[in-house]
Ligand binder design. Structure first.
Ligand code: NDP
Length: 268
């Protein structure tokens, strides 16, 4: 019987995940289906229960349900525990297992696809929502010096406080960024959705710096700003999307797909 998977979000019609997983399944010869399901904003838990009742094997979770998914799990992988947010669920032996593949996806894209080495570099993470929470520990563990900037400074401070005892991560107001410069600036805000740019100063990029917008599908104001400011490499988040999907696929199917041809196809 064909194993069934899905991605749950609201809205979800824009999602590229069904296409990505279809391509992975074809490439690796896996008998599985993968669809996009929109859950009502107050109906995430009920949607998960329905999928379990219908025999689905697992699902991905996206905006705005990653924190609810975290709360719903019977068992959490360490990286989901760190992030306090879950983007991948597996339904096994009557239990909900949760993990978070966003951080691994970002690191794989930076390392493998963009060939950007992270160790000893200085990074600025913009945003303190679900996407930022998913990547902050993996970035820290990769050996980066890390600042987090957010409009709501309390949220950035909460993220930074998690590193007390492990190292120093600074929460910054946007006004405090003047005069600072970084090797890597990651836009994990949703500002691109409304064609806005966070209030960033001039001179933010060191020579050779990489500017990364987690959004994908179009040139965002952040990407345009980074080009104008002289960032050496400017990337959208499509590679992260494909790499985090590959990690989820591996957890479900125990087969690691080759992401390069899938990413190339999506870029066309
Ligand atoms: P959340 O809603 O959880 O968080 C939104 C964040 O963006 C908050 O920090 C918010 O700041 C900030 N923000 C929103 N608008 C602006 C603005 N105009 N200026 C400055 N800051 C702003 O969203 P997520 O964290 O889940 O998602 C963020 C982005 O990352 C989305 O575009 C999403 O598509 C993308 N993403 C991409 C992935 C990929 O695989 N490529 C994976 C996951 C996410 P405040 O707290 O001050 O309101």
């Amino acid at each position: 019987m064909t194993d069934r998977y899905a991605v749950i979000g609201n809205p979800i019609s824009h999602s590229k995940s069904p296409l990505i997983h279809k391509l992975f399944a074809e490439q690796t010869g896996q008998d599985m289906s993968y669809e996009a399901i929109e859950a009502p904003l107050d109906g995430f838990a009920a949607t998960i229960q329905r999928l379990r009742d219908e025999g689905y094997k697992g699902c991905n979770v996206t905006v705005p349900f990653k924190f609810e998914a975290y709360a719903l799990c019977d068992q959490l992988a360490p990286r989901a525990r760190d992030a306090k947010a879950v983007n991948t669920l597996a339904f096994r032996d009557g239990k909900i297992l949760g993990t978070n593949t966003d951080g691994a996806g970002l690191l794989a894209d930076l390392d493998k696809n963009l060939e950007f080495k992270l160790m000893w570099k200085d990074a600025l993470l913009l945003g303190a929502g679900g996407a930022a929470a998913g990547v902050v520990w993996p970035l820290f563990n990769a050996g980066l010096g890390l600042d987090i900037a957010n409009r709501n400074i309390e949220k950035a401070q909460l993220l930074a406080d998690e590193f007390k005892g492990a190292g120093t991560v600074y929460a910054r107001r946007y006004e405090e960024l003047t005069g600072k410069s970084y090797d890597l600036v990651i836009n994990a805000t949703s500002s691109g959705l409304s064609d806005e740019l966070p209030p960033l100063p001039d001179g933010l990029f060191k020579p050779g710096a990489l500017a990364y917008d987690m959004m994908y599908g179009r040139e965002t104001p952040f990407m345009a700003y980074a080009r104008k400011q002289g960032a050496a490499i400017v990337s959208d988040g499509l590679g992260m999307l494909v790499e985090q999907a590959a990690d989820a696929f591996f957890l479900w199917r125990n087969v690691r797909p080759d992401t390069k041809p899938v990413l190339a196809l999506l870029r066309k």
